[in-house]
Ligand binder design. Structure first.
Ligand code: TA6
Length: 312
């Protein structure tokens, strides 16, 4: 099976707190707490592993939190090869108010990365990419990393023969697309920044995707939340509708989408099969209490309900 390497430059411990109510300025008692390795790329690794993909998790980790992340990944059967840094890997908190069905996230900044550690990461990506079908870069950049870092790492991964996936935002995305990753998954706000104009209607999304494909990005998926996505691949545009569900915790659905796309692509599936699996995984994740977690039976059931229509 073809290896998928995930890269989380700001790895985390994701803590999800379930509470009856989460009023600001008051004391709240937590009924359930879930603590797992997180950060977007690690979520991609976990879900790809649950789907039966061969995965390896890389990125930066630090301190006792970093050691916990590595140990927990190992316990769940996910190999890892991280660069260790000074300081503590961050905590990312998600407070779920069950009476209002709201989710409030607090994301710590994480450790500051040095030039030496960046050089170590570049060397590691070169080695890992040489044995990977896909290298998936996900999440925000840590402090100390230049906005161009994803672009540089994508260049290294591509030169070593791997396909690069990029799921990030802001300047890291703006710079990253210049390195022509194979796959990106921006939301509408991120697309507006990428193309430098506002999206007023759905047809503006179509032309934006066309523009990004012309820039050399093989597969562009613009997520529209629960409404599904618009996808561009091979010069064609598709409207993808996700199954309707009662969401328990949508955090990590984007990462689960990337995992589905990566597993199908690494297995040589068609684009149609890949976008269906990605959409089913994104939806299946929201059914679970934990972020970045899918059940095979949910994925299989939801796959039947994903709708893909050719737009042009
Ligand atoms: O996508 C959800 C999530 O992966 C959380 O698990 C949390 O760790 C967070 O995103 C981190 O996002 P960031 O973009 O800061 O890396």
């Amino acid at each position: 099976m073809a290896l998928i390497t995930t890269v989380t430059l700001n790895a985390a411990i994701d803590k999800t707190y379930y509470m009856e109510k989460f009023p600001l300025g008051k004391v709240s008692r937590v009924s359930t707490m879930i603590s797992v390795p997180g950060g977007k790329g690690i979520n991609v690794a976990r879900v790809a592993h649950q789907l039966g993909g061969e995965v390896l998790a890389s990125g930066f980790v630090g301190g006792s939190n970093g050691a916990y992340i590595v140990k927990e990944l190992d316990k769940s059967g996910i190999s890892s090869d991280f660069v260790e840094v000074e300081g503590e890997s961050r905590l990312c908190l998600n407070m779920i108010d069950q009476s209002e069905s709201t989710s409030t996230e607090l994301l710590e900044p994480g450790p500051v990365i040095t030039g030496e550690q960046i050089a170590e990461m570049k060397a590691k990506i070169g080695l890992l990419a040489a044995k990977s079908a896909i290298v998936a870069f996900s999440g925000s950049l840590p402090k100390g990393a230049p906005a161009s870092l994803y672009a540089e790492l994508i260049g290294i991964a591509k030169a070593a023969g791997a396909q690069a996936f990029l799921d990030t935002s802001g300047d890291a995305l703006l710079e990253g697309v210049r390195a022509q990753p194979y796959f990106i998954k921006p939301n509408e706000d991120e697309v507006e920044k990428l193309i430098g104009r506002r999206l007023e209607q759905e047809s503006d999304v179509y032309s934006a995707i066309g523009q990004l494909m012309e820039q050399g990005i093989g597969c562009v998926v613009v997520t529209l939340g629960a409404g599904g996505s618009v996808a561009g691949y091979g010069g064609r545009l598709y409207r993808v509708r996700a199954p309707r569900i009662e969401a328990v915790n949508p955090v990590g659905s984007g990462d689960s989408f990337v995992a589905g796309m990566a597993v199908a692509t690494a297995a040589g599936r068609t684009f149609d099969q890949a976008i269906r699996l990605a959409t089913a995984c994104g939806t299946a994740n929201a059914l679970n209490v934990q972020a970045g977690d899918v059940r095979q039976d949910d994925v299989e059931r939801l796959l039947e309900q994903v709708q893909v229509d050719l737009i042009s």
